[in-house]
Design a protein around this ligand. Sequence first.
Ligand SMILES: Nc1ncnc2c1ncn2[C@@H]1O[C@H](COP(=O)(O)OP(=O)(O)OP(=O)(O)O)[C@@H](O)[C@H]1O
Ligand SMILES: [Mg+2]
Length: 453
Amino acid sequence: MRPQALIIDDEPDILDLLLMTLETMGVDCRTAENIAQAHKALQEQVFDICLTDMRLPDGDGIDLVKIMQRDYPQTPVAMITAHGSMELAVEALKAGAFDFVSKPLKLKVLRDLVETAIRLSKKTDNSLTEQTVADKKLLGETAAIRDVKNKIAKLARSQAPVYISGESGTGKELVARLIHEQSARSEAAFIPVNCGAIPADLVESEFFGHKKGSFTGAIADKEGLFQAANKGTLFLDEIADLPLAIQVKLLRAIQEKAVRPVGGNEEIAVDVRILCATHNNLAEKVRQGQFREDLYYRVNVIELNVPPLRERKEDIAILAKHIIDQMAERHQREIPSISDDALTVLSQHSFPGNVRELENVLERAMTWMEGDEITADDLVLTETTVASEGSATMEESKIPPSAINLGGQLEDQERLLITQALESTRWNKTAAAKKLGITFRALRYKLKKLNLE
Ligand SMILES: Nc1ncnc2c1ncn2[C@@H]1O[C@H](COP(=O)(O)OP(=O)(O)OP(=O)(O)O)[C@@H](O)[C@H]1O
Ligand SMILES: [Mg+2]
């Protein structure tokens, strides 16, 4: 059956343009001039997409979006907004609109939008299996993680930019990937970019591409990450690290749905969904003047918070077993079991480094363990584990404001780790040395040096 569209607009010119464009795409259209007529149409048949103007004679387009969210959640609604009224577009997305297109209508943008909506409604048919795929990848049964899974399913049906917040190691990138995989964009690329890792002077060309000869070293035309993510999803990780100069250009690209390569004269239309994350507090960065407020409102249309592991401790056992399975498979060895004692110890730990810390702790345990069971003794849990991974907790660690005595700090850390290793092995030096990954002799030397004997 041909896809069905409902178009709600009272301007004849716009209606004509929309009708013509959609008809050439093989879409059957029904039109309505106001909300009342739209209601009637919605009661009579099912639509694959609904396009509505912002202002209608008998009400607001946003109200229609809300009604559709409630009564016809399977039908994506896109909002037609006046030129430059980004606030209204954002408001529509927040209310649950699938996407927006601004006037004057760019036909390419309109076509991309309609295509995505139609793919989405086809995808809905086998969404049940997709759901289980996500269930398998994002583990956990607590209310906190089930809530995240529900939100992923919802957000996968929208084109709205999502800001994924959460501490280091909570699973932000995994969540971004799952939003993409469950979305109508899953056939195209998911491109994760670590914004902090690109040198400042290369960001523009990395993002938008460049023309041959536009700067020294530009020996050929190069396409940027936006073009590479066309029809797919661009995940801007650590977005807070983007230099201010590039933030303006990013904002433009998002608003215009087009990019201009460095040294190029023409804009290239791109159809990209933006997801972003940072373990920094983005709102705080705005207050400090390090992140543009207008960009903040554009990328943070919807915030999805991934809760820290300590707020979903009941999931630790499930996660631990899954991680152990994976590592055993990766290293092609028997899957060890994990003792109840060990699970109890894990459930009492605060995990400042979250799931990634749990992975690290278990990986180390699997290296050191003897026999085929991970016991409490095999676990080295320290509040400093996370610091070695260079995460938020390290930045916030207690570096004295005056002078830093690095030698002293390191000694303290060493002392702490050694004491913990010794305590967990009941002062068995051979076992402790093994845990610490150093020789028995080296441990003896350090104990002397640190006055720990
Ligand atoms: N609920 C979960 N189920 C299974 N694996 C998970 C879950 N949450 C996180 N992980 C795993 O934990 C690791 C860390 O996750 P991820 O890289 O997504 O975190 P992050 O929030 O992006 O961290 P960072 O802030 O350090 O970039 C990954 O290997 C990921 O697969
Ligand atoms: Mg990450």
